[in-house]
Write a protein that binds this ligand. Structure first.
Ligand code: ADP
Ligand code: MG
Length: 575
């Protein structure tokens, strides 16, 4: 048998040579599964987790089958984000280098003219984001008559990101499409609907079980006091000391705030979000990739599918929107054999919800309380001592030795060393004392939340929650909002914990959000908050459709407004 596992699949010389040059010798399971097939003409649906090597799983058979020479687009690969498209294009480039074909990357934010030129010069493989690709199709700069193979990469994310119309627009304009392969880590209903419409008797290959654990990833949840998430993050970073950590936030604003705070605490952190120019994104990504920037704070969307080698830690602040998001995000670490740590920062209450969210998933999570200042101090001391005691000798006659001799004539040795150590420690954050507050919160929780009944006596409301008021906001699914985003926007703009928000019912053109008492009072104090976060169109206002008691709250929408129906596309029932 050959020492090159790829040689088993009768791949053409040019491909084997490129793989060898790259140092890839063994196909990953998803690559095996696809390559094992003896024909590649049928439509395919492949489910495999992030980082499992899906790109080569489609590129290898497609390049194998390709009849050369060719000088017009024949393979179209659609990706959800610019970075992913660029990443895939780079893989296609090195893999096809001996085949003498070229690759065009059609993404927004980059020069249109340059893209048109590569197309005109005879690019055979086209990788693009749906928006920009459709643009080229409509302008006639992307000739579609030669395209026989289409890859929908990360199908679930393309639909999540609202590219359904663009995808359909493109697929409808490919007269000679022979095979369509859909790759997706998850199979929500929207993805199944799309595949029903555009794929013909597809063969399904699945390499995931629901909630399956990535072997190389350790999941660790840290409980932090609900009002001190940022301080908790600082402690955890000091404790875990990630070499290369990717921190997830929900919004652009949050990524910038977190990065700023970390910088002011002495960490080296940058942010990545959708509103940066391509040049800014590339700059921050390349410092993250080359190790100059150890911490990158990113939104979900910006970090989607990023393949950065050796991300040691993925850090998720707060409850993930759902189990898939949690598993997806953790797929950024532990890629292709690297070990990774997936960290969750949760308040005690979110911790409970997270356990519930995991349900029967086969994921084992280590639970810890946020490390306290003493523990952090101990490791910092060990690290400092190790550096000092095993560090490079400065050697007789060096400038430092001379300097030390001079200082020792002026200050006693003990005092001098102590001052040096203090100066060293002053450079970094020492962490925060959070244990007392966390314990208080945990105790409060174990007693159960308490409220007062009419007699004034406290009683446990376990299993029950107070009814809130249903607020109707003017943005919905078709504006790109989803449950997670709404929940987050409401919490940040009203400055309340997630437990203060009850049910969220997503509709196409609006959303109903149940505000529990604290959130309600904040909303009444400042209703402009929700407008600022974009959930309400300017001037459209918000209106209540139901309230806990019929008395009191005014119904600006008029009494004719129907009560929210149960049937929603997306629903969140609150705690
Ligand atoms: P996915 O699309 O499933 O998230 P990718 O195709 O981006 O995963 O692959 C993840 C990383 O693993 C990439 O850096 C890729 O170059 C690398 N990789 C893919 N296949 C192999 C292989 N057979 N051997 C070694 N590394 C591989
Ligand atoms: Mg991929």
């Amino acid at each position: 048998m050959s020492d090159n596992g790829f040689a088993l699949y009768n791949l053409r010389e040019e491909l084997l040579l490129a793989l060898k040059k790259k140092g890839f010798s063994t196909p990953t399971p998803v690559q095996e599964k696809v390559l094992e097939r003896d024909e590649f003409s049928s439509d395919l649906i492949v489910r495999a987790k992030t980082g499992s090597g899906k790109t080569l799983a489609f590129l290898l058979p497609l390049l194998q089958e390709m009849e050369l020479p060719l000088s017009k687009p024949s393979i179209l690969i659609l990706s959800p984000t610019r970075e992913l498209a660029q990443q895939t294009a780079r893989e296609a480039e090195w893999l096809s280098r001996y085949l003498d074909i070229s690759v065009a990357t059609l993404v927004g934010g980059l020069d249109m003219a340059a893209q048109i030129r590569t197309l005109r010069e005879g690019a055979v493989i086209v990788v693009g984001t749906p928006g920009r690709t459709l643009d080229h199709v409509n302008r006639g700069t992307l000739k579609t008559d030669g395209i026989h193979s289409v890859i929908l990469d990360e199908g679930d994310h393309m639909l999540d990101m609202g590219f359904r119309d663009e995808l359909e627009g493109i697929l409808d304009k490919l007269p000679n499409r022979e095979r369509t392969w859909l790759f997706s880590a998850t199979m929500p209903r929207e993805v199944r609907d799309l595949s029903k419409k555009y794929l013909t008797s597809p063969v399904s290959l699945s390499l995931v079980e629901d909630g399956e654990q990535h072997e190389d990833i350790v999941h660790r949840a840290y409980l932090v006091p609900s009002r001190h998430k940022m301080e908790g993050l600082v402690n955890i970073l000091l404790w875990e000391r990630p070499k290369r950590g990717l921190i997830f936030c929900h919004t652009r604003l949050e990524t910038m705030q977190v990065a700023q705070r970390l910088t002011s605490e002495g960490f080296n952190a940058g942010s990545l979000h959708g509103e940066m120019t391509q040049r800014e994104r590339n700059a921050v990504l390349s410092s993250f990739k080359n190790g100059h920037l150890p911490l990158l704070v990113a939104t979900n969307v910006a970090a989607r599918g990023l393949d950065v080698d050796a991300v040691t830690h993925v850090i998720q602040i707060g409850l993930p929107d759902d189990r898939d998001t949690f598993i997806h995000r953790s797929g950024r670490t532990g890629r292709a054999g690297h070990e990774g740590t997936n960290i969750l920062l949760l308040s005690p209450q979110e911790g409970e919800k997270f356990k519930y969210m995991l349900g029967s998933a086969k994921v084992s999570v280590e639970w810890n309380n946020v490390p306290d200042v003493e523990a952090i101090g101990r490791v910092q001391r060990e690290i400092a001592e190790e550096k000092l005691l095993t560090g490079k000798e400065t050697g007789e006659g060096s400038d430092y030795i001379e300097w030390a001799e001079d200082l020792l004539t002026r200050v006693g040795p003990k005092e001098l060393v102590a001052r040096l150590l203090a100066a060293l420690a002053a450079k970094r954050s020492a962490g925060y004392n959070l244990s007392t507050e966390l314990e208080r919160e945990l105790r409060r929780k174990s007693r159960g939340p308490v409220d007062k009944d009419r007699s004034g006596a406290p009683r446990s409301i376990k299993g029950r929650r107070p009814k809130g008021s249903m607020l109707r906001l003017s943005k919905g699914l078709s504006d790109g909002w989803d449950v997670g985003r709404v929940l987050h926007a409401v919490c940040t703009s009203l400055n309340v914990d997630r437990s203060e928000v009850g049910a969220i019912r997503m509709k196409d053109d609006h959303v109903l959000v149940e505000l529990l008492p604290v959130a309600l009072s904040r909303f009444e104090a400042d209703s402009k908050g929700l407008e600022r976060c974009g959930l309400i169109e300017e001037g459209a206002g918000a209106s209540f459709v139901s309230s806990p008691s019929s008395a009191g709250r005014s119904r600006t929408a008029g009494s004719g407004t129907p009560r929210p129906r149960r049937k929603g596309k997306q629903e969140y029932r609150g705690r």
